[in-house]
Design a protein. Structure first.
Length: 442
């Protein structure tokens, strides 16, 4: 009895609510008594999330009493999405439900208003998701934005759609730039109000700015870079020790080559939050400028703060290569071994050690030739073979080239026999190498 009283109360108040169109009747054939039982069964099944049984009762209300309540449309959206999900094996039927869902949004607006919300956050999304109807979704979004600018998701979706059209040559760069300016102005207006949803507006602005700058600002153009640097330099100078601000300014201007500001921002980021990525980026800039000592210090500092073993292994290898470039072979090998201690499959570290050994003939033989110069290849080959075993395709190829190249310089069986050695027997190579290997021949 209580359920029926509640039901009739709902129908009474629904009947005196405002409906926007004459073709949105509030009751089935104008009769609340005909409407009540249909609504009762529909609402009971909806409560149980039994959409299959709710569907025929919901459909009757949707067709014959759409003005009763907007609840019918909220529930209808859920019911139809359930139908769409469950008819994947029947494309024709699924497409029909998709069409009905999109039509539902139009009827929702006609009967209950709230056009900006329904068109922008619901219909446009469905048009894109289910029908890939970009032009139709654009119309829905633009109509929503004409009516209000209070939904950040609408502005962000609209810009993403413009981005898609620009990438496919459907609109010009001037068009998307003009739209970008309008959307940012709308977002700034809402951010200035500092209301309940200010963080959502800020997030949408950040996303749109990032997409615009990455895709549409021609950073190879000095004029564009000058404008970007002028805009973001002010932000940086206002808060130079805030990691979020520094990161934001760096990301927005990083395409402008290795400008003085770009380097300063990287230095500041690495100072505030030392990391592998910052150190590598900044060190690469230093290396290009032949500031090798500064680059080395950056790598060392990054190692001290880097938690990831693989990244730390790569950093040690970078240091090892820098030592090798200065012909500091023992120091280079020590760093390469540290890289391997962190990642035993670091093929480039094995390759470097092999290269150091193969290059040591002159270090380990007074004349640079002869047996002592040849046997440095034994541990070199051990390491080149491991580089082939663990390396990706590029390093495999390079390591195999080294094996093929240096094989001709290995001692012969006669050379080994003259030294009273046996092929395959263990042997420790002296000199600076001091590594156990096996006797090998051509």
């Amino acid at each position: 009895m209580k359920q029926l009283i509640t039901l009739f109360s709902f129908l009474f108040f629904a009947s005196i609510g405002m409906v926007k169109a004459q073709d949105c009747p509030r009751h089935i054939e104008g009769d609340s008594l005909k409407t009540a039982p249909v609504y009762f069964y529909y609402s009971q099944y909806i409560k149980k999330k039994d959409f299959e049984k709710a569907y025929p009762f919901w459909r009757t209300l949707y067709d014959k009493a759409p003005g009763l309540s907007s609840i019918i449309f909220y529930d209808g959206e859920e019911i139809l999405k359930d139908k769409i999900e469950k008819t994947k094996d029947n494309p024709a039927l699924q497409s029909a439900y998709q069409d009905t869902l999109i039509q539902l949004y139009d009827k929702w607006v006609k009967c209950h208003g709230n056009d900006d919300y329904i068109l922008g956050t619901k219909k446009a999304q469905a048009q894109i998701q289910y029908k890939n109807d970009i032009s139709g979704a654009k119309i829905s979004l633009e109509r929503s934005l004409e009516l209000s600018d209070k939904y950040p998701v609408v502005m962000q979706t609209y810009f993403n759609l413009l981005n898609y059209q620009y990438q496919n040559g459907q609109i010009s760069g001037d068009t998307i730039t003009a739209k970008y300016d309008v959307l940012i102005a709308k977002l700034d207006k809402n951010i200035a109000k500092n209301g309940q949803y200010v963080s959502s507006y800020k997030d949408a602005k950040t996303a749109i700015e990032n997409a615009y700058i990455q895709n549409f600002a021609d950073k190879s153009n000095p004029e564009v870079c000058a404008k970007l640097l002028a805009i973001y330099l002010k932000q940086y100078q206002a808060n130079p020790n805030d990691p979020t601000t520094v990161q934001n300014v760096y990301e927005k201007t990083r395409g402008c080559a290795d400008s003085a500001l770009n380097v300063e921002l990287l230095q500041k980021l690495n100072q505030l939050n030392p990391s592998y990525s910052y150190a590598v980026r900044l060190a690469n800039i230093y290396i290009k400028a032949n500031k090798l000592d500064e680059a080395y210090l950056l790598y060392e500092n990054a190692i001290a703060h880097e938690p990831d073993a693989s990244n730390k292994s790569d950093l040690y290898l970078l240091l090892a290569n820098m030592k090798a470039d200065k012909d500091l072979f023992p120091e280079s090998r020590e760093l390469a071994r540290k890289a391997l201690a962190l990642d035993s499959t670091n093929a480039r570290a094995y390759f470097l050690i092999g290269y150091l050994y193969a290059s040591s003939g002159k270090l380990c033989s007074a004349s640079g030739v002869g047996f002592q110069a040849q046997i440095v290849l034994w541990p070199a080959f051990d390491n080149f073979k491991k580089a082939v075993e663990y390396g990706e395709e590029d390093i495999k190829i390079e390591a195999q080239k080294m094996l093929d190249l240096y094989k001709q310089y290995l001692p012969t069986k006669a050379d080994v026999a003259a030294k009273k050695l046996t092929v395959g027997a263990p042997y420790t190579v002296k000199c600076w190498i001091e590594e156990e290997t096996t006797v090998q021949v051509k």
